[in-house]
Design a protein around this ligand. Structure first.
Ligand code: ATP
Ligand code: MG
Length: 217
């Protein structure tokens, strides 16, 4: 499914990294940030993350994350909450930085909402896509992709997450939805099952081709 977002040209560029939990987004972002800083300077590169604490810290979000019984949460209420958060974050932080010519790297974006919604069986949410048209289309989207089994083993290996309830079947469906979105929305798919340095080589090549060359001229 092609997600229709707002098209607007700013002096700065928006680069998004998507992927399931444990796929390697944060690892790729840290490496991409160092490279972008070496070119544009630290003051011109912003690394940010969605959803922000504005939604993460709510009772509703916490319930979704930490309750085993998902029936306690109306998933559309969750979607409205994170959509509101993404919209305000886009307006207040991302677009402000882009207007000032900065390069913005965002860890997760609206495609996370789409993948999760589809994976839960919500397939015909016109209201969601109508609202999403007010969210800025990124200049470049990377999908960090690993087989779900590997993502799960990486998550379980993190000391902080060893006790978190992890819905493995859902993670597998989300991974599938991300792959479909990648295909229909032109994401650059990264094989993050490879060692970080190897996976990152492709990131740098794409940044050179699509972001840096274009911005230099
Ligand atoms: N390419 C890689 N090869 C091997 N291990 C990796 C690779 N990328 C990440 N890892 C390891 O996998 C784990 C998950 O990586 P990372 O934190 O980057 O994932 P993430 O996509 O940001 O996950 P989350 O959405 O949960 O924040 C980390 O422990 C990291 O060290
Ligand atoms: Mg991360």
């Amino acid at each position: 499914m092609k997600v229709k977002l707002k098209r607007r040209r700013y002096p700065g560029k928006l680069i998004v990294f998507e992927g399931t939990d444990g796929a390697g987004k944060t690892t790729m972002i840290a490496m991409a940030k160092d490279y972008l800083v070496s070119i544009y300077g630290a003051e011109n590169v912003i690394v940010t993350k969605q959803p922000t604490d504005m939604s993460r810290k709510t009772k509703l979000f916490q319930k979704m994350m930490y309750c085993k019984n998902n029936r306690d949460v109306d998933y559309r209420a969750m979607q409205l909450l994170t959509l509101s958060d993404r919209m305000q974050h886009g307006f207040e932080e991302i677009e402000t930085a882009l207007r000032a010519g900065k390069t913005v790297v965002c860890d997760r974006y609206i495609y996370t909402s789409v993948a999760n919604m589809s994976a839960r069986g919500y397939k015909n949410e016109k209201w969601f896509f109508q609202a999403a048209k007010h969210i800025l289309k990124p200049d470049l989207v990377f999908l960090a992709y690993v087989p779900p089994e590997l993502a799960i083993s990486r998550i379980k290996a993190r000391p902080a997450e060893a006790t978190r309830h992890l819905d493995e079947r859902l993670l597998k469906r989300v991974a599938e939805e991300f792959k479909k979105l990648a295909h229909s929305n032109g994401f650059i798919v990264l094989d993050t099952a490879q060692a970080p340095n190897t996976a990152y080589e492709w990131v740098e090549k794409v940044l050179n081709d699509k972001i840096i060359k274009e911005k230099r001229v």
